[in-house]
Design a protein around this ligand. Structure first.
Ligand code: CA
Length: 225
């Protein structure tokens, strides 16, 4: 899952980036509103953490532009960061299309939990744990079980499997999966997605992830779910 963090406070931005990376997300961190606006116009993010008081373009304006850009960008979950006592900011942010807010200072664990809930709901599922064909994926515990046995998988493999299970029944292209895996400036190997899928097939039962030739990959929707 790739997350955009927009925060001009360097200490806080650094802490958020580190905390979300540790939680297994690929994180792009932008320090002003105009750069964030450009990134949102071109990059596919699973969610956005948005400070409101930003240089060059306010957080509210970034949010309004995002919501007005396209049908897809209207649905990207956005969590705004506001000053502790600013009820007015929270109201304006929610009215401009924010899905949730946290008042500073906040706990990193709470930020991670709120993001998990937002990403889950945007995937159309309210269940915190995903289950398809004997495989259970728990985003909070960062754990995968196959037939109730814990499976040892890497952070990138987890991201690929999470995206596919969240979109069970839909085909995701190699590019869509790759874009969720890497933040800007990270080295991307050209066959990274294939390699992760190959490893996942060895560790889980091989039929879970289907290859749709020339299109991408699919985890079928569970008929028993
Ligand atoms: Ca700020």
């Amino acid at each position: 899952m790739r997350i955009l963090v927009v925060e001009d406070d360097v200490l806080l931005g650094d802490a958020i980036q580190a905390g979300l990376k540790q939680a297994g997300y690929a994180v792009d961190w932008m320090k002003d509103g105009a750069t964030a606006d450009q990134a949102l116009a071109t990059e596919p993010y699973a969610a956005v953490v948005l400070d409101l008081g930003l240089p060059r373009l306010s957080g509210l304006e970034v949010l309004r532009r995002l919501r007005g850009r396209s049908a897809a960008s209207a649905h990207i979950p956005v969590l705004i960061l506001t000053a502790l006592d600013s009820v007015d900011d929270r109201i304006k942010g929610l009215d401009a299309g924010a899905d949730d807010y946290l008042a500073k200072p906040f706990d990193m664990g709470e930020l991670s939990a709120r993001l998990r809930a937002l990403v889950r709901r945007s995937g159309g599922s309210a269940a915190p744990v995903l289950q398809v064909g004997g495989v259970t994926l728990d985003p909070a515990a960062h754990q995968v079980l196959y037939r109730n046995q814990a499976v040892d998988i890497s952070a990138k493999e987890f991201s690929v499997l999470h995206a596919l299970m969240l979109n069970a029944g839909k085909v995701l292209s190699r590019t869509q999966l790759g874009e969720q895996l890497y933040a800007w400036g990270e080295e991307v190997e050209s066959n990274a997605v294939e390699v992760h899928i190959h490893h996942l097939r060895r560790k889980l039962f091989p039929d879970l992830i289907q290859t749709i030739r020339g299109v991408g990959y699919l985890v079928p929707a569970d008929k028993n779910a």
